[in-house]
Write a protein that binds this ligand. Structure first.
Ligand code: KIV
Length: 310
């Protein structure tokens, strides 16, 4: 590995640290929040240096990084493992980690225990909980852990929803979403992710709340937007959803680079002499001599063996 300078010595944006207060203030000032996911140190570091406001270690890591078909198999240990790496790369952004499926479904007590583990073991500043689970969220907030809510198309409910379907398309569903959003704000969540709902519904919820809404597939009227890193950079190996915009093609970049590397190794042009370490000049002559003598001895022995065989 080529790491030669401690990262802690290089790290750290001088820009203002984003906190729960900054999130609320942004809404008041009408400043849009740019947010995205990250799952490891290098991506977190790039996201943070680009001054993205909030970095989410989403349980989408199940699909984006671990190769599962959905988020359901992701464990608390998976989340902690990735969140620790993200923590090391995140200095300015507000950091949030998803509570994975099963970690907040049994009881308030177990939910608080799991949220505490996420905070203590990863260093996250907040957790995100899918659905209008008011008693769970209230219990976590009582432990002084900030919570981000998540309504609409909540991917952990994939089977209950009968697939990944846009939500909030009937009058009753719209009213339920508005009611849930208000209840979550009342409970004390610091921001609310709105996923996979009609633009008009997201706009109405956003107008009703004092906390910022962060949209994904919810139109441009939210207070901020979030995208999954791998969706943005063509790293999903699957067709993109309607709401995804590709901001770069990392797959092509990596593929081209890897093919060039393979060609350079196989044709012997990598590594070049400038990419090799050298002995000091005096030792080099001596070592070359020893090497040449050894090669000569090997060649003599080979010739002798060949003559013997004849
Ligand atoms: O897991 C995730 O990445 C998410 C975002 C898409 C909001 O929950």
């Amino acid at each position: 590995m080529s790491l030669t300078t401690p990262r802690s010595a290089q790290a750290g944006s001088r820009a203002q640290k984003i906190t729960v207060q900054t999130l609320r203030e942004s809404k008041r000032l009408g400043r849009r929040l740019s947010t995205m996911t990250a799952y490891d140190f290098p991506t977190a570091r790039i996201v943070d240096e680009a001054e993205i406001d909030l970095v989410l270690v989403g349980d989408s890591l199940g699909m984006a990084v671990l190769g599962y078909d959905d988020t359901l198999a992701v464990t608390l240990d998976d989340m902690i493992h990735h969140a620790r790496a993200v923590r090391r790369g995140t200095h300015r952004a507000f950091m949030v980690v998803d509570m994975p499926f099963g970690s907040f479904h049994v009881s308030d007590k177990e939910t608080v225990r799991n949220a505490l583990r996420l905070v203590k073991d990863s260093g996250t500043e907040a957790v995100k909980i899918e659905g209008a689970r008011l008693s769970r969220i209230t219990a976590v907030l009582a432990a002084e852990i900030p919570v981000v809510g998540h309504l609409g198309l909540t991917p952990q409910s994939v089977h209950a929803m009968g697939g990944y379907k846009v939500q909030g398309r009937t009058h009753a569903a719209v009213e339920q979403l508005v009611e849930d959003a208000l209840a979550l704000e009342q409970a004390g969540v610091c921001a609310l992710v709105l996923e996979g709902i009609p633009r008009e519904v997201a706009a109405r919820i956003t107008a009703c709340l004092e906390i910022p809404t962060i949209g994904i597939g919810a139109g441009p009227d939210c207070d901020g937007q979030i995208l999954v890193f791998h969706d943005m950079f063509h790293l999903t190996f699957a067709p993109a959803a309607k709401f995804v915009r590709r901001f770069g093609d990392a797959a092509a970049l990596f593929r081209d680079g890897i093919e060039a590397y393979r060609a350079a190794v196989t044709d012997g042009t990598f590594p070049a002499d400038q990419e090799s370490y050298h002995l000091p000049a005096a030792m080099r002559t001596q070592t070359n001599q020893v090497g040449e003598e050894a090669s000569q001895r090997a060649a003599d022995a080979q010739a002798l063996a060949a003559a013997g065989a004849d």
